[in-house]
Design a protein. Structure first.
Length: 149
């Protein structure tokens, strides 16, 4: 049975303050420090209940949506997927709802982990516009205007 790191084996950043979150990036380094993965477009997708996390902030950097999250864990690998059904809301500029799903793989450890996820959003551009509001998990204040050519 796996167990979490105890206070004596935590990182130097956590040595003085056991509540300091650990910083992580995506495992794949295909864009600088971040592994950029595409947004999944599934016309039959309906949001479902996933493992908990806190959506800290989102921002666009060109065609990359950066999503800062916090979750508890530390003993097992966690996976995240950004999904949409591809239905644009009628507005100017158009809007697209995205859902970030989290799988903790049964990790019951309690270390707070901050992570930046990177998603390529070029595949969800709205034809006939050069702007698109991206709204993540329907949370107020968690939307960003994505501008493209």
């Amino acid at each position: 049975m796996a167990c979490c790191k105890n206070k004596s084996t935590t990182s130097a950043a956590n040595a003085d303050n056991n509540t300091a979150p650990k910083e992580e990036m995506n495992a794949d380094d295909s864009k600088g420090d971040l592994g950029v993965v595409p947004v999944v477009v599934d016309p039959s997708y309906r949001p479902r209940v996933t493992d908990g996390f806190k959506l800290e902030s989102i921002q666009c950097d060109g065609d990359v949506l950066l999503v800062n999250i916090q979750y508890s864990g530390g003993c097992k690998d966690h996976s995240f997927e950004l999904i949409t059904n591809g239905i644009y809301l009628k507005s100017m500029p158009p809007q697209l709802m995205l859902t970030l799903e989290h799988q903790n793989n049964g990790d019951v450890c309690r270390e707070l982990i901050n992570k930046t996820l990177a998603f390529n959003v070029s595949g969800i551009q709205y034809k006939g516009s050069n702007e698109l509001w991206l709204k993540v998990n329907g949370e107020k204040g968690k939307e960003v205007l994505y501008t493209y050519k």
